[in-house]
Design a protein around this ligand. Sequence first.
Ligand SMILES: Nc1ncnc2c1ncn2[C@@H]1O[C@H](COP(=O)(O)OP(=O)(O)OP(=O)(O)O)[C@@H](O)[C@H]1O
Length: 248
Amino acid sequence: MSRISVRNLWKEYPGQVVLERVSLEIPSGEFCALVGPSGCGKTTFLRLLLGEESPSRGVIELDGKPLVAEPGPDRGVVFQRYSVFPHLTVLQNVIIGREFERSRLLGKLFGAERRAAVEEADEILETVGLSAHRSKYPAELSGGMQQRLAISQALIRKPKVLLLDEPFGALDAGTKSQMYDLLLGLWDKHKMSVFMITHDLKEGFTLATRVLAFDKVRLDPQAPGAYGATVTYDLPLEAKPARKAAAA
Ligand SMILES: Nc1ncnc2c1ncn2[C@@H]1O[C@H](COP(=O)(O)OP(=O)(O)OP(=O)(O)O)[C@@H](O)[C@H]1O
């Protein structure tokens, strides 16, 4: 389960309101695309969901409990630029996702725990098509492969919520469409909730079950930081995303 309730959420930085009056009910398993003009607070909203930032006002609840104010294993994140470790192999990059979660003090897994992590990592690499590259370093991979690796790293923690900040922005069209199929397959398999920022409206409508548009509804030209953005459109999409992706 991963039901998210956002109630009257505000985020302010000194001299600037970024988000205001954001209220949403997101049932478990929803795929939300976040769209809106540059600088309107989409990444800030994602960081609030991740627990990297805390609200200035309002609450975010995950399954009825206030969100813990630090990134937890229930949430995984993938950024546009590859968040993988250059000095670790593909396999090690995936395992480290599990090591961070299980062994905060030692930072390493041993014995049976490590063998189980390797097995799981290999299974994920197989799903994302990186098995043959498990001993390579990120610099030896293409952009799409690095992004598949970043997704694998998030997936080994079995997140209930996957947060994606323009994950495909740097990829070419052909690689993007392969990544759409992969992401929809993983979403279906792992039954996660997904929040994905995209500047590509078509991408949002292709993948998501719900499109959330962020924008400012109030503007004071004398004080540009006085008002924040809110969700101006909340569009549920009816068609099954898997079918739409195949047709796109
Ligand atoms: N830690 C911070 N301190 C002060 N201001 C910040 C901080 N983080 C973000 N902001 C400001 O909040 C506003 C929203 O930024 P954010 O990155 O959330 O926008 P965005 O919609 O994701 O933009 P883009 O689409 O260009 O990535 C920006 O004006 C930014 O300068």
